[in-house]
Design a protein around this ligand. Structure first.
Ligand code: PLP
Length: 386
């Protein structure tokens, strides 16, 4: 028998086998769900570490966290009940008056939360155009900025930010860098290896991949006081990911690499088809050689470009809405990263006042047959535009 312990296995193998899970008692290759809300103390009335009450987590949640930590090459990962609760914990742990630098346009929920903290005078905020490192560097205040927030590729125009360069800028000013790489999961982007201090993913999306949970995950190379503070916020607010959802996440992650590979391939075929299309003014997709973020994305995301793209439809705002109405295969639904393809009119979803092109449609490409998806878009565009 060969000695596997001397050979480093591929992360693809490790994730497909949920870290080679085998239940000690039964040999089951699938973990059980641990649903307990509380744990009995031992005969000396001591807490049996590490679990004592549900708000601290469970074996099922820890198992999911261990898989993500390997994917991220992290020393620790923490799962929350949604991406928003993870992002909120990071904002919440900052001291009053902390200076934060964020993109002008980004996932609208996070932006709204940051603006609320700013309006309540909890933090001060400067912003930069997503992907623009000169503006980012100008927004950072030496010795004052505590956190630089990067979303890459960035909702909904998919600008690409060079994580390593952004980390250098943040660190030179004494700030930490958080990279939200939700649109390109850790099978593609390893933000910590590129220099980010926090890697964040809405695990609702590609990590789970089946649109049946909400979850968020933070990962770090180095734990310390800030990490402990964030963990305490999760515990006090009760925002740890629940066991049933952690189990679904583990199940979803086992096929992460396959799903993402297929979604990327489909997205590239669709973006290529739509570039120069008579009814499409613009395609935002880092995989296109014409895209301004192409070369950085190529280096940063391992030669894959993700399953997210946006198009600006020719005509009026109503034409764009009509395309979503006329699609028969794409679901007219929000979210991203699932096996099924979604289309949304971003202005309707992010609300009045959010800076988004009124004719922008955001497409989350799933794992269906690419020709079927192209056919559906063709018929919807033709019907809406002619
Ligand atoms: N960050 C990005 C880039 C997102 O797309 C989302 C959700 O769409 C979030 C954060 C928030 O995650 P959740 O919906 O899991 O709360």
């Amino acid at each position: 028998m060969s000695d596997q312990s001397n050979r480093k296995q591929s992360i693809t193998t490790r994730v497909a086998q949920a870290l080679h899970f085998v239940e000690a008692e039964t040999g089951a290759v699938v973990p059980a769900i641990q649903p307990a809300a509380t744990y009995a103390r031992d005969e000396n009335y001591e807490v049996r570490k590490p679990y004592w009450y549900r708000r601290d987590g469970s074996q099922t949640t820890s198992h999911a966290e261990a898989i993500i930590a390997e994917l991220e090459n992290a020393s620790d990962s923490m799962l929350f009940s949604s991406g928003m609760s993870a992002c909120t914990a990071v904002i919440e742990h900052l001291p009053t008056g902390a200076h934060v630098v964020v993109p002008k346009v980004m996932y609208h929920g996070v932006l709204m939360q940051i603006q609320r903290y700013e309006q309540n005078k909890r933090i001060t905020v400067s912003s930069y155009t997503a992907g623009n490192l000169e503006e980012l560097a100008a927004a950072v205040k030496q010795g004052e900025t505590q956190l630089v927030w990067v979303e890459t590729p960035n909702n909904p125009n998919w600008e690409v930010t060079d994580i390593a360069a952004a980390a250098e800028i943040a660190h030179a000013a004494g700030a930490k860098l958080l990279a939200d790489c939700t649109a390109t999961p850790p099978s593609m982007t390893r933000a910590l290896d590129l220099g980010a201090d926090y890697s964040f993913h809405s695990a609702t999306k590609y990590l789970n991949g089946h649109s049946d949970i909400t979850a968020g995950v933070l990962s770090v190379k180095e734990t310390g006081q800030s990490w402990e503070d964030i963990a305490l916020i999760r515990k006090l607010q009760g925002t740890v990911l629940q066991s049933q959802d952690a189990w679904l996440l583990i199940r979803g992650m086992r096929t992460l690499f396959l799903r993402v590979e297929r979604a990327c391939k489909n997205a590239m075929a669709i973006a290529t088809h739509l570039e120069g299309h008579p009814h499409v003014e613009k395609v935002h997709y880092p995989g296109l050689a014409s895209d301004p973020g192409h070369s950085v994305a190529k280096r940063q995301t391992g030669g894959q470009f993700g399953g997210m793209l946006s198009i600006i439809v020719k005509g009026s705002e109503q034409t764009a809405v009509d395309v979503t109405r006329f699609c028969e295969l794409f679901y007219p639904a929000t979210s991203l990263g699932g096996v099924e393809s979604l289309i949304e009119h971003r202005k309707t979803v992010s609300g009045e006042g959010f800076p988004v092109h009124p004719r922008l449609l955001r497409l989350s490409i799933g794992i269906e047959d690419a020709d079927d998806l192209i056919y559906d878009l063709e018929q919807a565009l033709t019907r809406a535009c002619t």
